[in-house]
Design a protein around this ligand. Sequence first.
Ligand code: HPA
Length: 276
Amino acid sequence: MDKRYVKLIEALAQIRERTSFVPKVALVLGSGLGGYARNMEVEAEIPYSEIKGFPVSTVQGHDGRFLFGTVSGVPVAAMKGRVHYYEGYDISDVVMPARLMGLMGAKVLFLTNAAGGIDLSFSPGDLMLIRDHISSFVPSPLIGPNIEELGTRFPDMGKVYDPEIRELVKRVAAEEGIDLKEGVYLQATGPQFETPAEIKAYRLLGASAVGMSTAVEAIAANHMGLKVLGVSCISNMAAGILDQPLTHAEVQETADRVAAKFEKLVTGVIKELGEL
Ligand code: HPA
């Protein structure tokens, strides 16, 4: 059996020793949603560090743990803190937590992140529904022998971000009075921010926003048959758009500033996902 799959099954067994929780929705909490637990009835928590073989995030402000509980009665497994490729992990470790939530029983993976705005009509603080992604600048999480237990060798990526769920998100945003942009997310490896020339190139390629996570998680989830949705908080305008240096502090500040709006959207969407 593939050693990456064995690692997953062993991690799942460790979780099952502690909780029999079965999520419907798997939620990855990006920058700004670190306090999302206040919207959950948390039934169990497991720090990543207590799961043997689990990748543990090293970035400041990325506290790593699973939260299991309900949001408006819908069972949710949430990842508070994710692992990024730029931290030095194998790409298969980067997607391990998302895969694990799928193996726990989640049907939908809800990805959130902070991203730099490339589309000139965006402003910092906007929320962007991910319509599609460009992952061509990062390694595929599916490289290596195919894990047959999870999915097929050559998965279709024509509709990674489920069209029906995208409509649902737009409807919830409209009902809540939340202005929601929509666009294409491009994943770069980081950890350095991009150069102005890179951002110009990415815009020509059709990207609306750039970040350092998410697309690989979406690929891994799609591979194993989960439905996927993603929302980015545009935390800053990408390099070269404004004449100011980019900092992690700006990303965090904007994400924190719009946390209430972001939380409201996420909660409204999860409630609706419970009906699917
Ligand atoms: N570039 C890459 N990743 C990011 C950015 C950015 O400008 N902002 C937040 N995450």
